[in-house]
Ligand binder design. Sequence first.
Ligand SMILES: [Zn+2]
Length: 718
Amino acid sequence: MSYPRVLVVTNCTGEKRFKPKNKLQLSDFQDSQLLISRSKQLSEFACCAGEMYTGAQHLRLMEGLNLLREVGKEKNNNCDITIDLAIISAGYGLIDEYKMIVPYEATFNTMKGQELDEWAQFLGIHDAFEQLIADYDLIFILLSENYLRALNLPVKTNSNQTFIFLASWGSSEYIKINFSQHFVLPLSNAEAKHYGYGLVGLKGFLFKQFAQTVTQDIQLIIKLFKSPELFKEVINRLVEQKESYSVPLNLPFIDGNNKLKKQRSELSEVIPLPSIPPAANYHHGMKYFIPEWDDYVDPNFDFIQDQFTPNRIPHKDDFYAHQLFESPNYDGILVSKVVFDKSKKKQKAILQQGIHDYIRFSGEIIGDCGAFGYIKQEFPPYTTEEILDYYQQCGFNYGVSIDHLIVGKFAEKGIREKRYDLTIKNAEEFLTKHSQYGYKFTPVGAIQGWNPQTYAEAAKAYIKMGYTYLAVGGVAREKIEKIIDILLAIYPYLTPDIKLHLFGVGRLNAVPIFRHLGVTSFDSASPLRKAWLSPEANYHGVNHNVYAAIRIPQANHRNKKIKELIQFDCKSYLSNSIIYLFIITSFWKWEIIQILEQEALKVLRDFDENQAYIDLTLETVLTYNQLFVKDRLLPKYRFMYKILLEDKPWKDCDCVICQSLGVDTLIFRGNDRNRRRGFHNTYMFYKRFKALLEEMDLREFNHKKISNKSQEEMIKIA
Ligand SMILES: [Zn+2]
């Protein structure tokens, strides 16, 4: 049979993308002329309904819908699967997801009895719904109690239609279906607990869960159409099977055209585990290593005067992250040869002091050659002997064999085989000489490849050579699915004594599956470096949201943009409000720029201490931003800063950085703030990582307990 046409009906949510002060009110919807003129006033905030709502139910539902549409496209080249969305809005009535709307404040949730019925009638919801569903076969209804009431069921339906309701226990009296098959999944706090998601948004979450199952088996849509009661079974099966952990990172997102449209929630759910037992080396747990790249700060930096400690000697007097925090936010550090090679002075110091003393870290340190540094060369610029000596002299705990990357244009046929063989040959020589000359550090065999098979074959060969620590390289920029495929291919060769490192991949949502498939350590600098390298995801909030830091660059001659502003004709930098800067002299320009800069800093600190309103803070900061941000980007900054100032995420963090720096942690300005923000991100990352591991251990423990028990039972029965 062909696929049933699917319609999903949901309600509007109070949370909306934009929150202008003059948003539409109920009274605006009562008068069509007024509605037109008021909507015009709000036209800059217009967007389609599908993107306007930002409540949890809506976001999860949209993610589910997108999944279904994707799988529909993929698996059904010839016939499209229809999956449409309708929204019951307490302002606009029944609308589809593409209708352009502006922000409003209206909800059925707070209306009572007669008022609700009359308003629903005024909006014509009952009739519109009846008309709409006539075109669909399988209809999901995800409505809260008052919105269900607004439908005023029953409506005309036919015996070839199937309805699935996700509704609260209390709303059953409003569900009246005469002629069609239907199934109701009642929801309360007990269900929220059972499914592991808050009651707010639970309907959307369950729909997404269902959509994820459909991606495995698209025929489920047909099965459900025939037997809607299967819905509960599908969801329950998923809950029982899926090892679900939650580490969402929600990222406010503005699209390329600077229409402040989307709120991207990225990296939401953890990748489910495959149904194979944990790898043989699972008991090793998992370690997080951070790559070292001279990430230190002046411990006594003066944030008010913006000055370094007088007479400070960089590096010597500076602090690494692990010196600032009570305990390090990583299990170990990775130091690449390229970092060592940065200067002769540095080389000398490290060789003299040893790597542990140099970076003041007593934990484990891995040394590698930093293959990205010589990717373009035909051969790695080091010999095995020299690298072995280097690891030994510096006192590394682990040393990685010399590999050659097989990525991009170096993964072409003809080149890749050479690099692959060379990497294996190096690993062999590395291990032989390591034992021959009795080096102290643990040798790690670096693996490269261009598909799962080549990686697996190398892993197999290394284990045979005698390696007990392998490291998978060349996957830092790979999609997670590809990395999983590689790990699945290596998995059968892993024995309890083998450790496996993953180079440059540190995604929290993949931690459980990586560990399950045998990864015992990984390194990533991403949480640290995003603090200043990402255009909009600079700060990881305790609430899982990611925030953009507020750009207040230093107004000094080193700042390129500000220098240009002073010296040259600066039309492109000036917006109308400060056009007068044109006609005054450089000297005065300079004065004014510095005043604007200082005002921006001051207002942020006042705001932090509840001494300034959010609007004033925002305007003052943006006035300074206008100097160096292109006009067309200003709305984006306004949007990002507003979210930040509304949430004040630094207030919720208990880390030593946020506690001592306050709002300065969120100011994008110079190494001492930006790196500290990165340290905070690393702190959040490590905390979440450890929590995930604990959760995994607990599950594994319970799992073993259950299987031991059942074994005991079996023995008793026997
Ligand atoms: Zn913090």
